[in-house]
Ligand binder design. Structure first.
Ligand code: 26Q
Length: 807
């Protein structure tokens, strides 16, 4: 692609002048970024088209990952790495006087997701392309991504994320591929020969316009497609004005109302919001996606009877579940299928992943709302439900008494999780424990009916973005120790394990970590104005803010250290920097109060000379992918402290591990599998087991007040939230009440002591660098199984039945 640096520089100069109409002497960083990105894009385009042609030519089965969220992060570095020109471009630009890292910061970040589920979708796309698998994404091109977070006087303030305002170099608008999506109106039957034909007179038609983004495979010539849909009016302005007698105000209102469909991402990732607009978003991208997929496959394949051999569609949580009745509708109403045949085909195409056990997150739509927005789809859901209930009564009569739980429609609501299990051939959880709990608890009746449908696919992360790109120093040193094969085969990181006691390697790991910490320290200085000590332990909790993730447990522990340092002059600890990053859903008051508490603690501690030699607290605002890339490489301690049984998997835990941080964690989600890999001696496990927590939840018997009154240290801490001794009188009443008045739903007080002890173990081990870095090396060595390449191979083989294609 670029022969050498000279050729790159020449092309670059020429391109710059054509693009910007001025000399390179007047270049802004943004001009340079645009020029570079356009050069890279050009190289991607030919592979992109070639990949598409190859899939068609080889008649490869293709998978489409349907997701309301893709938390992609920036593309530039990824694409340079994938095209194997990262080094050449970096050096050439440096010779031209530009730092690639600075240019990369010019790229607006596509933050089209909330957290774990959205980031997982992005890692999966990366792995699909890297493995040469024919797999594409289908989602929404939100005009605004997840809100930007500012911290003002300790409070979270949300600011819109207008990421598209300066354009997006990595997308191509495909107006020629637009499709229409109907909403509302009414449906009737019309006699047609022997049978009937369905008519739908919609109240509103929305034009879905696709924007395609190339997903570039790692040095293999494969470029898959991420298709994101934008909502537009189907009418030209003139056409609309003609129809509506020239009313300009109506035109604006009409356009506005349509555009809201793809305007913003819902910023809540646990509590279910039953908003019509959210349902509209779901049907919008699902219907558009299905239409465009079927259009392209129908061109080549005469019959849809064997659709399941040609395509697979994966449903990321319940958000895209309307794709099940939508495919039924297409097959029956448009393709003339009989019900049974359509049902067989639909189930063979569709598969589903569940990402959460929280009851409050389960999607259930009121029948009235669903029916008036999607009248024909509702009829189909009703028929699916009727047949399913009949099947239960006939074949599993003992389940009749549980009909309310298992029916797709009950109590005036449509239960999307039930529809998902019934309408697919595969339902999976995202970590072993999570899948077990699904089978034994949430979905036990379905598991009884369809035991073979349930399976586990433990999550993973792309080691390309999260190790090779974000931690180049560590990557280099790993390759020096064990060669390069781990880049293609991350399980080869295993080879590090037998080098764990190598003193030289340990020392190098330590100096790399220190270097990364220095860089993060600079950023902290710039962002928060706080000086942190790179020789302190960087103890990090970064993830969405939620009660069950227990940032409060971490905060209370820091708060207790504050008292010890103030009052016990003989108390010694290795200095620690506690780093937090977390967005709270805008309407989640408790979560916002925890942020305020963390910031109040930070102000108290960072400014107190008795304690600030030993502890600093840093709350980094606006946690996002690009910030995460700087944090993981600089972390010593990974906080994974959710109440056992609540975190489906977690994926941050894997990113920390791969970057040589040691985990302090509960036996929850994938922490359990991390523990199984590294064994107890290489991880700091504490707290109740999932079974113990589930027993408390089922049988009761937990008293937060007993914890509070039997542990004076705890009592003092909790009292200080409201007694005016450290903060205002009554200042953190809400948190206080959550612990005592509402009996500490997430068992924070129960686990407090055991957490404190685990933290003390960390302190002791850190004083012994040889042991610490032996553990670090072991963790990195065992992290290969948590590459999303492993996860995606499992999906490809066991669920989608797709094979790699040589492009
Ligand atoms: C639903 C309805 C209305 C508005 C928002 C939502 C909504 C949005 C996002 C519900 C849930 C989510 C996201 C959930 C999520 O991120 N779950 C996480 O998924 C990860 C990947 O599997 C796991 O590692 C985490 O454990 C899990 O919490």
């Amino acid at each position: 692609m670029f022969k050498d640096k000279e050729q790159f520089k020449k092309t670059f100069n020429d391109r710059f002048v054509t693009m910007h109409g001025k000399g390179i002497g007047e270049a802004t960083e943004n001009d340079v970024y645009q020029t570079l990105a356009s050069m890279i894009r050009e190289h991607v385009t030919s592979d992109w088209m070639h990949t598409r042609e190859t899939y068609v030519h080889k008649r490869s089965k293709q998978v489409y990952y349907f997701s309301l969220e893709f938390l992609l992060g920036r593309f530039l570095y990824n694409n340079l790495l994938s095209l194997d020109v990262l080094g050449l471009v970096q050096e050439s630009l440096r010779e031209l006087g530009h730092e690639l890292a600075d240019l990369a910061e010019e790229e607006p970040e596509p933050g089209l997701g909330n957290g774990g589920l959205g980031r997982l979708a992005a890692c999966f796309l990366d792995s699909l392309a890297a493995l040469g698998l024919p797999g594409h994404g289908n989602g929404i091109r939100y005009q605004f991504g997840l809100f930007k977070q500012k911290i003002v006087d300790g409070y979270q303030v949300e600011v819109p994320d207008n990421w598209l305002k300066n354009g997006n170099m990595w997308e191509v608008r495909r107006a020629d591929k637009a499709v229409d999506v109907p909403f509302g109106g009414h449906v009737w039957l019309e006699q047609h020969g022997e049978g009937y034909r369905i008519h739908h007179e919609p109240a509103e038609i929305v034009r879905a316009v696709p924007y395609d983004m190339p997903i570039v495979g790692y040095q293999n010539g494969v470029v898959n497609n991420l298709r994101l849909w934008s909502a537009e009016s189907p009418f030209d302005d003139d056409e609309f004005l003609d129809r509506n007698k020239g009313n300009y105000k109506d035109l604006l209102a009409h356009k506005q109302s349509i555009q809201t469909i793809s305007e913003f991402l819902y910023p809540d990732d646990t509590t279910y919001e039953g908003k019509v607009l959210r349902l509209k978003q779901q049907y919008f991208f699902v219907s558009a996606g299905l239409k465009s997929i079927l259009q392209s496959h129908k061109k080549r394949n005469a019959s849809l009877k064997h659709l399941g051999n040609i395509i697979a569609i994966h449903i990321n949580d319940t958000h895209p579940v309307v794709s099940i009745p939508e495919l039924m509708r297409i097959l029956i109403d448009e393709e003339g299928f009989e019900w049974e045949e359509a049902w067989r085909v639909t189930k063979s195409v569709m598969s589903f992943t569940n990402h959460t056990l929280l009851a409050e997150a389960l999607e259930r739509w009121p029948v009235d709302m669903f029916r008036s927005l999607l009248p024909r789809i509702y009829m189909i859901v009703e028929e699916i439900n009727r047949r399913f209930c009949k099947d239960v009564l006939e074949n599993y009569p003992h389940l009749e008494k549980h009909m309310r739980d298992i029916a797709i429609i009950s109590d005036g609501m449509i239960n999307m999780a039930n529809l998902a299990v019934v309408g697919t051939h595969s339902t999976n959880g995202v970590a072993q424990i999570h899948t077990e709990i699904l089978k034994q608890r949430e979905m036990r009746y379905f598991y009884e009916m369809f035991p073979l449908r349930f399976n586990n696919k433990t999550n993973g992360i792309t080691h390309r973005r999260w190790l090779m790109l974000s931690n180049p120093l560590l990557s280099e040193r790993i390759s020096e120790a064990i060669g390069e094969s781990w880049k293609q085969h991350p399980s080869d990181l295993q080879k590090l394990v037998k080098l764990a006691k190598d003193r030289q390697l340990q020392q190098d790991m330590a100096s790399i970590k220190r270097e990364n910490k220095l860089r993060l320290a600079e950023l902290i200085k710039e962002e928060n104005g706080i000086e942190v000590d790179p020789d302190s332990i960087f103890d990090v909790q970064v993830k969405r803010l939620h009660a069950y993730k227990r940032q409060l447990l971490n905060a209370l522990h820091i708060h207790s250290l504050y008292y010890r340092l103030k009052e016990d002059k003989s108390f010694k600890m290795v200095p620690r920097t506690f780093i937090f990053g977390a967005k709270a859903a805008p309407g989640y008051h408790y979560a916002k109060e925890v942020i305020r508490y963390l910031n109040a603690l930070a102000t108290l501690i960072n400014n107190d000379p008795d304690v600030n030699k030993f502890i600093k607290i840093v709350f980094l605002e606006n946690y996002r992918v690009s910030l995460a890339e700087k944090i993981f490489p600089a972390s010593d301690v990974s906080e994974q402290i959710s109440t056992a049984s609540y975190e489906a998997s977690g994926t941050g835990n894997m990113k920390f591990m791969m970057n040589g941080a040691l985990t302090i964690g509960t036996l929850d989600g994938a922490n359990i599998e991390i523990r199984d890999e590294v064994e107890d001696k290489n991880i700091f496990i504490f707290g109740l087991t999932p079974q113990e927590v589930m027993n408390y939840k089922k049988y009761g018997g937990y008293s937060a007040y007993d914890q509070y009154s039997s542990q004076p240290e705890l009592r003092r801490l909790i009292d200080s939230l409201v007694d005016g001794s450290l903060f205002g009188v009554g200042e953190f009443r809400m948190i206080y009440d959550s612990l005592l008045t509402y009996n500490d739903e997430f068992l924070i007080l129960k686990d407090f002591m055991s957490y404190q002890q685990a933290q003390e173990r960390i302190d002791r081990v850190y004083r012994n660098p040889e042991l610490w870095y032996e553990m670090v090396i072991c963790n990195i060595g065992k992290s290969g199984v948590f590459s999303s390449d492993r996860t995606i191979k499992e999906y490809a083989n066991a669920i989608w039945n797709i094979k790699p294609v040589q492009v």
